[in-house]
Write a protein that binds this ligand. Sequence first.
Ligand SMILES: *Cc1c(COP(=O)(O)O)cnc(C)c1O
Length: 481
Amino acid sequence: MKKNKHYLLPDISRPGKVGCQLPELDVPAAELPPREKLRQELTLPEVSEAELVRHFTSLSRRNYGVDTGFYPLGSCTMKYNPKWHEDIARFPGFQDIHPYQPADTVPGALQLMFELQELLAEITGLDATSLTPMAGAQGELAGLLMVRAYHRSRGEDRRRKILVPDSAHGTNPATAAMCGFEVKTIPSNGDGNLDLKSLVSLMNEESAALTLTMPTTLGLFDPRIAEISAIVHERGGLLIGDGANLNSLLGKVKFGDLGFDCVQLNLHKTFSTPHGGGGPGSGPVCVKAGLADFLPSLLVAKDKKRYQFTSPPITIGRLGAACGNFGVMVKAYTYIHSLGAEGLKEVSENAVLNANYIKEKLKPYYHLPYDRTCMHEVVFSGKKQKARGVATLDIAKRLLDYGFHPPTVYFPQVVEEAIMIEPTETESKETLDAFIEAMIEIAREAEQNPELLHHAPHNTPVRRLDEANAARKPNLRWKMK
Ligand SMILES: *Cc1c(COP(=O)(O)O)cnc(C)c1O
């Protein structure tokens, strides 16, 4: 990797080199703007075409992605998605249509959306779906706006609190606050489940809903979900699910059966669109019949054999200019149909099997705070290594030297020195074994040569970055010195 440095443009720029040839002028020459408006100097690098291609190619190879290696991030499913689903989404009949063209010119697209609404309702065991939200967080927003509208419609405006477990994904409390709710945190108990005593004491006539990620962000299935649901509903609240990562429940368990009133799904995690590239997302919301009239518009309805856009009677409104990210819907539809009911079940079985395999193999080396069967992800703690002066960040950085993207670290915050690993259902045993081996090797290094870890990574193009500054003050343009 280091050798690529040779191709950095500032180093190889030489006056007079050109990377392209312009044809002879075969149109009338245009007047240039007046001299004072022209830049006298344009400090662009001067390189040949081959050098330019090598420069950009070498930059692209410094990227790590799911197409180059294993990507075990917890809480954000980063699995491999079949490439041919992209081909389907690029069919001209799907790609070249416009959200504002007359609906009767695109019946096939509407049919696909209608059927996807129904498929997601069936998968979640709920009654109605709106596909419009364009991210998981926007799906959460739709859910809580519906919660607010629901309580208002019953004259219960005083329900202004949303209960959120302490292990929740950051978007959950943020969304509640954005909707103007007051956030009340519910602690987890020693098993990693929701603390029922706290729930009982906080769930009162001022509470609007409990938002619960299932499986929890600790990668666990809360076995007392029926009790949780009863407590929330008996006291007039709603149970809102965060189904961003559904790859352990697909085909196995339905949110509706667990007592949830509403859940958002991340099609760009579970259903065959890559997550994490900042590309288009889709976070449909599925609800029980009692919330269906509030769903965000537009929905697709079927009237005899005709499909058309409709708006629910007391909709919370629109969440975007059009009807959502259609290309992502096409891929989800393709994914569901290509796997079928049996295939979706297998997804869950493999996701859970892979996570538990890693859990059992790494348990002797890393502290496991909740030693029980996990779902699609497992949360370790770097506590043992920390006691020897090796931080979880050092472990994560060292993994880069072994050619692996690090897992999520320091989240969920309820686990000290958290290391949150989601292998996903798409990785082979060989890949998992190689990752496990690297993790074991690093645990050994932490005992024998902690100094090595303090300075990791050693063989990446750049070492430790100032991530906060990189995000807040991005420097995206190269300038000639
Ligand atoms: C990814 C994720 C979200 C947010 O989804 P975005 O599409 O990034 O907005 C919310 N909750 C959980 C549990 C997630 O994993």
